[in-house]
Design a protein around this ligand. Sequence first.
Ligand code: UT7
Length: 331
Amino acid sequence: MKNLRPVGILGVGHYAPEKILTNKDLEKMVNTTDEWITERTGIKERHIAAPGENTSDMAVAAARRALEHAGVKPEEIDLIVMCTLSGDYPFPATGCLVQDKLGAVNAGAFDLAAGCSGFIYGLSVASQMVATGSMNKVLVIGAEILSRVINWEDRNTCVLFADGAGAAVIGPVEEGYGFYSYTLGSDGSGGEAIIARAGGTRTPVTEEILKEKLHLAQMDGTEVFKFASRIMPEAINTVLAKSGLQADDIDIYIPHQANVRIIQSGAKRLKQPLEKFFINVQKYGNTSAGSVPIALSEAWDEGRIKKGDNVLLVGFGTGLTWAACALKWNK
Ligand code: UT7
């Protein structure tokens, strides 16, 4: 396409609720141990939203930090892409609640449901909008309160998922910087692997459904583990090829934080040192669409990313979906 301009990330920010739930706390709630959770997942603790704290509130907190980092005012935002599967309501879109709370008076807003790949899907939408000149500044947010959609009696899931939000401001950048390319994928035939069976129009919530907790998340951990271990390096290789890069050219990988073993196996398959993979799953658990932007923002805060670095983001999750993108950092 002609006349496309370079697009990059102008600012990042994240937010996690104050309350921390440790593996030791979970030992008192379900039949599990700190040792099992640590060995099988790498998770030590996670954040849990306070009563009355909503997905839109956390999204706004992360977005404010990203706007501040970018030096952009809410009224300069043209579009809000709100990536979540645990929005405040089935409708209206949480993106619209965020638009109002932020005072982003000139922004369109919508929700994007691509699970743990959501934030990268959101970045891909934002990038095209800015690259074509159709828009100037787009806010992409990933935020979840998974603690309210999991079954706290199911040890297969309740030790994994948690709450958090991350955001990025996308805009034009100087020539030679910004996004190289994207890859997005989906396989709906695997949709049963991570699913909330009720609460949609297929199976509306009834007393019976509530009793059986069918409106809450269920996961076939083994199936998802196999899928994730295969797809993460595959998605990385696809986006590297599309970007004209080699695995060695990447300075930092920001993977979805689901399980440290999935990240370790990905690093091994790509023959990359694990140190190049940013890992914070030990502190946050799996925050789905919040995971990649929280990791990106924390990597920035820790000084792990500098101008000119090649950064690669990769996600995978419910849908099934996967996504990856690579960029040359411009800040
Ligand atoms: O963000 C979306 C992507 N999600 C993921 O990527 C998650 C992918 N899956 C995983 O990370 C892993 O499959 C799990 C962490 C969920 C499970 O680890 P695993 O090594 O695959 O364990 P497993 O499912 O093979 O289960 C081993 C045993 C089972 O007991 P039996 O049947 O062998 O007696 C489970 O019942 O561990 C048991 N178990 C637990 N034990 C203590 C399952 N959950 C727990 C628990 N505490 N919380």
